[in-house]
Design a binder for this molecule. Structure first.
Ligand SMILES: [Fe+2]
Length: 269
């Protein structure tokens, strides 16, 4: 088997791969091809997948090593490496631009979402090319940002976080605002605005102002791929080069369920 050629979905990022059933075993060569395609396209959409939770975990394990997710109240009771994204347990859509789990010393290299129940309208997920965002800044600002580091912890605005997760996962993690992709060699802006307590040497207030201004100036239609979900889509997002956000613009009378798995990553440099 070889991987079908990815078809770009947007000029800046995102490509779809059709005709590949990820329940089948990928060869080492295929896995390397997927990793290279992910580093290049930043977001890969595998269409028409059909998974049980166990099959989904096995499929994702072909792309990396799944890691535990810190908001454990959302994890599947009998398959705890899978987090459920759905509103019927009181979850709010994460509508601000972010990258996942920056409170971890080695944050996930990829976030994988599988579309299980999709509302008839709305509920998209958007992905921003933060490599392009960084490249669009002038060299003086690039240099200045490259010297900054965020100090990260769990989101303080979320009220349903379990006490054991606070203990395990709210240990300050320090990451560069600009990181270099270990496979691709390119640089990208890297932070999670609501997990960043502060930038080292700055107040929390000045940190929020600086990070929000960066998002406002660098994320625009030309570097955003907005994914309209189809049932059976498996979307892999390269967290080393992308940010993402949810769109909560759907009718809550309809179910919307995504299964999330995150893959172990390197310490950002
Ligand atoms: Fe997220």
């Amino acid at each position: 088997m070889s991987i079908p050629t990815p078809r770009p979905l947007h000029p800046s990022l995102g490509a779809e791969i059709c005709g590949l059933d990820l329940r089948e075993t990928l060869s080492a060569e295929d896995r390397a091809a997927v990793a290279a395609a992910l580093a290049e396209h930043i977001v890969l959409v595998f269409r028409d997948q059909t998974f049980t939770p166990g099959e989904y975990l096995a499929a994702c394990s072909q792309l990396g090593t799944p890691m535990a997710q810190h908001y454990s109240q959302h994890n599947m009771p009998d398959q705890p490496m899978i987090g459920r994204i759905w509103h019927r347990n009181g979850q709010l859509p994460a509508e601000r631009w972010h990258t996942d789990h920056t409170n971890r010393e080695r944050p996930p290299k990829a976030t994988i979402l599988y579309g299980v129940e999709i509302p008839p309208q709305g509920g998209d997920t958007s992905f921003a090319n933060m490599r392009a965002a960084y490249a669009g800044l002038d060299s003086e600002e690039q240099e200045r940002l490259a010297g900054l580091k965020t100090v990260n912890g769990l989101d303080r605005h979320l009220t349903d976080t379990r006490s054991e997760d606070w203990e395990k996962y709210d240990i300050p993690a320090v990451h560069p605002v600009v990181r270099t992709h270990p496979d691709h060699g390119s640089r990208a802006l890297y932070f999670h605005i609501t997990k960043a307590r502060c930038i080292e040497g700055m107040t929390p207030e000045d940190t929020q102002t600086l990070l929000q201004d960066l998002l406002d100036r660098t994320i625009r239609d030309s570097n955003v791929y907005r994914h309209s979900w189809r049932q059976g889509d498996m979307v892999v997002c390269d967290n080393r080069a992308a940010m993402h956000r949810a769109h909560g613009d759907y009718d809550r009378r309809h179910p919307r369920t995504l299964w999330r798995i995150i893959l172990e990553g390197d310490r950002p440099v």
